[in-house]
Write a protein that binds this ligand. Sequence first.
Ligand SMILES: [Zn+2]
Length: 242
Amino acid sequence: MDLERYQRQILVKEFGKHGQKLLSKRHVVIIGGGGLGSNSSEILARLGLGRIDVVDDDTVELTNIHRTSIFNEEDIGSFKCQVLEEKLQKINSEVKIKGIQKRVTKENIESIVKNADIILDGTDNMQTRFLINDVSIKNGSPWIYAGVYSTVGMVMGILPKQTPCLKCISQSIPEKTGVIPVLGNLPLTTASIECTEAIKLLLGKSLSGLIIYDIWKQQFEQINIKRNPGCSCCGNEIFEFL
Ligand SMILES: [Zn+2]
């Protein structure tokens, strides 16, 4: 690994050369390659993860471009996962990038995430998030929940059986239906927070609980939620979405 590329990053005392070397051996699976997932995958490719898989079966549309940094008009009609694989590999040739053209289902999710050190949420619906949560708790794989709505981004790192899972807090995250409003610069900010939590988790550092950021009001809230001992998922191991 060429450390020169990361010269400024390894000067960060929380991170250092040790953190850089550790990240270069880690494998992340990002489910969804849209606003959140494309930005997260770009951030992590630049940061120097070992391997990044991006799972998505959609094509780039004109309506995606306002909230991503990596897609452009020429990419419209191409599969997001293929565009990401090609472009991210040019950004950092030391990272193994794999675009997986699939829709995540309860039948395929376990094989898709089986070698992941961490799973990142780049989805736009609660159904898939609960599926990720189930597989995470069942197999002990950490994951980072992230969501955007209008001007508000939410992020929470989940360490199975140690921190609250999505089901523990699901009452406070209502399902949004229809076309979701999103200010264009919100997913990048939320993805950046998501990636920071992912790196902290991979380096064995403490997570920051539930993070809620309103980019319009410039209000940042950090809530320390406790596990729900009666949680059907992480408490009673009922995996209703799997
Ligand atoms: Zn739970």
